[in-house]
Design a protein around this ligand. Structure first.
Ligand SMILES: Nc1ncnc2c1ncn2[C@@H]1O[C@H](COP(=O)(O)OP(=O)(O)OP(=O)(O)O)[C@@H](O)[C@H]1O
Length: 262
């Protein structure tokens, strides 16, 4: 289980996260949603130990994440973050092989098992055909899928994704969501597309102004009242006729005014 207990994060005098407490049960697909600047990425960065909270506690299986060695943490948690700056221009295969680093000792080389895990991960993320290309000349969506392949090669039990569908065309968005949904691991993803969140997540965490506004099933969380209060939009809630999943329709006052004039 992952737990955040009264986690706060401030920069200078600015409070970015305000007393966040939550629990994430293993094996679920958790979506983090909320408007721009509500604290989603900051919370994820604290979770995967990229940032240290100003106060409070973050634990993984009851152990404080800062007490876990980086190598051990990397065997438990893989991350696809929003920005992926690399110093050197690796090939896709080399980059995906880096996902195997947490399993290696000093100077040990890649073995056939590592290579077949990397191959499988590239196939799953639909980047096997790019294996010998270098990262610098890939498109934004291709890069994103390569980063996912590297995270899959890490074979961690928790996968953290910060806006994973950003840059992806609709086919690859659905492919990525199908792929991660089928993994028998915990997925924690910051998502902007509320319909993807509704269709794929077991549970949603809604952030607002650095606080946890509400946590629960998509059906219980995605109400027209919450969408007005947190996202400042009007929405209608319906069902996707093909998947039976919840589907949201959005409109603004301007759109309604225009309609009224017709
Ligand atoms: N180092 C920093 N210094 C000052 N402000 C910061 C810093 N890091 C984050 N912030 C601010 O904290 C708030 C939360 O940022 P965060 O990136 O977590 O939001 P988010 O919900 O992920 O947003 P988005 O949906 O736009 O990606 C924002 O107002 C951001 O400008």
């Amino acid at each position: 289980m992952i737990q955040l207990q009264q986690v706060e994060y401030s920069v200078d005098d600015k409070e970015i996260l305000k007393s966040i407490s939550l629990e994430i049960i293993e094996g679920k697909f958790i979506g983090i949603i909320g408007p721009n600047g509500s604290g989603k990425s900051t919370m994820l960065k604290i979770l995967y130990r990229h940032l240290k909270q100003s106060s409070g506690k973050v634990t993984l299986h009851e152990q404080e994440v800062w007490d876990i060695s980086p190598k051990k943490l990397a065997r438990q948690m893989a991350v696809v973050s929003q920005e992926s700056t690399l110093l050197f221009d690796f090939t896709v295969r080399d980059l995906v092989m880096m996902g195997r680093t947490p399993y290696k000792g000093w100077l040990s080389s890649d073995n056939s098992e590592d290579m077949s895990i990397a191959d499988r991960s590239m196939k799953l993320a639909n980047v096997a055909h790019l294996a010998n290309r270098t990262l610098s000349n890939l498109s934004g969506g291709e890069k994103k899928r390569v980063m996912l392949a590297r995270a899959l090669a890490q074979q961690a039990s928790i996968l953290v994704l910060d806006e994973p569908t950003n840059h992806l065309d609709i086919e690859h968005q659905l492919h990525l969501m199908d792929l991660v949904k089928d993994l028998p691991i915990t997925i924690i993803a910051a998502l902007h597309d509320l319909n993807l969140a509704a269709a794929y997540c077991d549970e949603l965490i809604v952030m607002k102004d650095g606080t946890l506004h509400i946590q629960g099933s998509p059906d219980s969380v995605l109400t027209t009242e919450m969408l007005k209060e947190v996202f400042n939009i009007h929405a209608g809630v319906s069902r996707n006729p093909f998947t039976e999943k919840m589907h949201l329709f959005f409109y603004t006052n301007t759109a309604m005014d225009t309609r009224g004039e017709q």
